[in-house]
Write a protein that binds this ligand. Sequence first.
Ligand code: SAM
Length: 385
Amino acid sequence: MRPHWSQIHLRPPRSASAPMWTILGRPVTCSGASPLRLAWLAPLSLAPRWSSLRAAHARAPRQRGARRMCRAAGLSGRVFHGVRRRFPEKSTVYLTGVGGPELEGEPCEVVGVQQSRWLVRFLHPRFNGQSALVPEECLNFGYCVRPVAAPGRPGRSVETNDPRTGRGLAAAQKIGQGQIIFEESPFLITTDDVNEVCRAFFMMTAQAPQGDALGTFNALSAGEGFSDEAIARVQEQAVEVLQAAMGEAPAEQLQTLKDVLLRWEANRFVQQRPPNDADDELRELRFAVFAQVSRLNHSCAPSADVGYVFQPFQSGSAVPDDGKSVVRAMRDLDAGEALEINYGPPQLLEWPLARRREFLQAQNGFLCQCRRCRDEANAQRREDP
Ligand SMILES: C[S@@+](CC[C@H](N)C(=O)[O-])C[C@H]1O[C@@H](n2cnc3c(N)ncnc32)[C@H](O)[C@@H]1O
């Protein structure tokens, strides 16, 4: 019989060889490798419910201009479906309202779903890699760093460079309208909290050189065309993160975090499940960064489109490719034609030049230099010298 949550008291293991938790005062020993089935973690009576968790998230300080409603994105290669939520494999999640104050905010890695609970592995070394089963209302998503996988259907796109828009992609061959150009899973997924972005960066740094995520991230655009206003906002965020963590913002660390946040801002894609995906009750807003998709430039006359594949919700299972991004041709493309997407809402394509540029400057931090904008700006200058 399972003990009631109030009878469970969890303590960090006393030694590396004999990790120990106590239930009703009796020590429970488990091997670090196997999940600690007995010590399932039940919520405290005052644990926040779904609704309050959601409200708390909504109340959390948001970055100005953090949301780009425009760009759809994928999740990761393999996603676990829980009772009502999905977490990419190896997500870092934080415990909340479970096991007592010493476990509040404890970071764990998602391993899977069992018996309608999430199987998580404690990340802190004092837990010796032990696992626990946790009710899903006691988990908050933080970030996920994944190995960089080669995009599906290689050879259909090539890298390009343009002094106005930076590096980009072009069709490597003729591609028919509606055809898939490539598919890709992101290597970095975060919430819209800059602290989580910085934590993810430190995890990528710790994994290097084994992991390729750091190198891939550093090779992405650092928001080269960003306006002074956008740079000042990112600088403010980096100072806040450092002051909260260290009480000061030394110049070297400040520059590092500023670069990290600029890269993230320039390359993240908003991921949110469609509203009709009713099973996924907590439709959390997540940001995804890709090795290839993040190379797609914006155009006000786009040639490509990014969509994503969402598998039907199946509680308690892992689904490969759920949320994977799929890049398709919006029209027939010749070899060498630029692959460009619309970073804005669909109606942006109907707006006049000034409104489009204003929107992209405010939401994405750069002055649009796509062919259509340049042509229209030149035409206006000729008409109104
Ligand atoms: C997702 S990245 C695209 C790849 C990027 N050009 C690179 O060099 O890696 C977005 C960044 O590319 C640049 N960019 C994309 N589309 C642009 C456009 N239409 N006009 C000017 N800059 C653009 C901006 O610097 C933007 O922050």
